[in-house]
Structure formats: structure tokens, C-alpha cells
Design a protein around this ligand. Sequence first.
Ligand SMILES: NC(=O)c1ccc[n+]([C@@H]2O[C@H](COP(=O)([O-])OP(=O)(O)OC[C@H]3O[C@@H](n4cnc5c(N)ncnc54)[C@H](OP(=O)(O)O)[C@@H]3O)[C@@H](O)[C@H]2O)c1
Length: 255
Amino acid sequence: MSKTNLFDLDGKIAFVSGASRGIGEAIAKLLAQQGAHVIVSSRKIDGCQAVADAIIAEGGKATAIACHIGEMEQIQGVFAQIREQFGRLDILVNNAATNPQFCNVLDTDLSAFQKTVDVNIRGYYFMSIEGGKLMKQNGGGSIINVASINGVTPGEFQGIYSVTKAAVISMTKVFAKECAQFGIRCNALLPGLTDTKFASALVKNDSILNTALQRIPLKRVAEPSEMAGAVLYLASNASSYTTGVALNVDGGFLA
Ligand SMILES: NC(=O)c1ccc[n+]([C@@H]2O[C@H](COP(=O)([O-])OP(=O)(O)OC[C@H]3O[C@@H](n4cnc5c(N)ncnc54)[C@H](OP(=O)(O)O)[C@@H]3O)[C@@H](O)[C@H]2O)c1
């Protein structure tokens, strides 16, 4: 019997935002292992270059490009570069997000509100528009939005962040419905608590961590690599009939 590999990404061009560390780095490395040429992106080029170099050292294909997804000109600039350098895009992983303020909702600061909306909603939205236009030219592609369990049930003291993650789940369904006709699928990943710099304030505080673990049936925090398999599924042909889905990878938290 001949083997088929539904997860093969040979010849695909993939862009991963926030790929210099954490969940994005794990996603970039797994997509590259499956054969994709991965564009490793975040605000600071040094961290991206280190991840791209590590991929290349393992025999994979990667290019580092800096892009602050909260800046519209940088979104336009990165897509101009992708068009010129690659001429196509098959997989877009919107992963980079921000959560600048932990506070009671009544204490929300306007600049933190604006930054969170600009990066987590406007950034994902216009990255998807630019990515979608490029995918449409080549007959389709897959957009994966990294949202959060907080988009379903808000995290304490994470008001506007949770609101933006709910918006990401909504925008996933919008793009899924309106871009299906162009061969573009769009799905969301909803990570639970994952051991990264982003979550260090929660994971490194024993009292917060123990409270969180009581609500996680698997009784542990996730490793970044445990998010990547779900993204590979959503990026590849294995999920060819899946669009508009919000996939919980949360150790059972939302159950
Ligand atoms: N960790 C968790 O427990 C958890 C749970 C649920 C959902 N999530 C989601 O998972 C995603 C990744 O989080 P993580 O935990 O892996 O975070 P992380 O380890 O802190 O990594 C964040 C990445 O995003 C980049 N970044 C930050 N702001 C950016 C911006 N404005 N434009 C472009 N890149 C930016 C960072 O690099 P630079 O500093 O170089 O820009 C870095 O590469 C986020 O969408 C987050 O909301 C995480």
C-alpha cells in the first residue's frame, strides 16, 4: 500500500506572524519540517533571523522579514515584499498579538485599548485581506488565526484582550464565508494556557497557576509545540473540508 501524506506542505509558501518565539516559533518550525518555505516574521528582525537560521540549519526553507502588524504601512510593505520575492502565498498564520494591560475593566487605559485593537483586530483583519488577495490570485490558500480561549470566556483582568479575541473568532467566520468562493479556507486556533513569555505572568505565579490548573482537566499548561500540530492540520490538505472552525487546544478547559 502506498503512503499518502495529507500533511505534506512541499512547495507551499507560509507566513507566520509572531514567529520569533513561543507558539509562532513552534508553528514556523513544524510547517518548515513539512516542506513549506516559511516567512518568519515579528517586529524585531534579529529574533526572526535566528529562527529562520535554525530552520535552514535543519535543512528547511525560511526567510526572515520584520513586520509590526499594528502599523498599516508595515502590513502593506511586507506584502509588497512577499509579492516581489515569492509571487504567491499559500498559508497565512496570524499569530502575533498583544495584551499590554492587566486590570479591572473599569481601569482600562485608552492607549492600551487602542494598541490592543490595532494589533489584535485591525492587524489580523488587514493581514487577512492582503493575504487573501494574494491567495485568490493563485486559486486559494489557508488562513489560520490564533485567537484564544479568552475569546469564548473572558480571562480575569484581560478585558479588551478577551474582546479582541472574540472579534478574531468572528472575523474567522467572516473570511471563511466570503472567501470560500476563492478557494480560501479560514479557521481559528484557540490555545489554552501555554508556557511562553506572553503567559509568564500567569505561569510563573504559583497562586495564579494553581487556580488555573484546577480548571484544566489535563492538569498542566501546554507547551508551544502542542499548538503547532493543530495549525499544521488547518494549513494542510488534511483539513480540506474544514473552514470557519474555532478549534480549542486547551487541555479540556472549555469543556
Ligand atoms: N501563551 C498563552 O497562554 C496563550 C493563550 C492563548 C492564546 N495565545 C495567543 O497565542 C499567540 C502567540 O502568543 P505567545 O504566547 O506565543 O507569545 P510570545 O511568546 O510572547 O510571542 C509573541 C510573538 O509576537 C511578536 N509580536 C508581538 N507584538 C507584535 C506586533 N505588534 N507585530 C508583530 N509581531 C509581534 C513577538 O516578537 P517581537 O517582539 O519581535 O515583535 C513574538 O514573536 C497570541 O495570539 C496570543 O494571544 C497565547
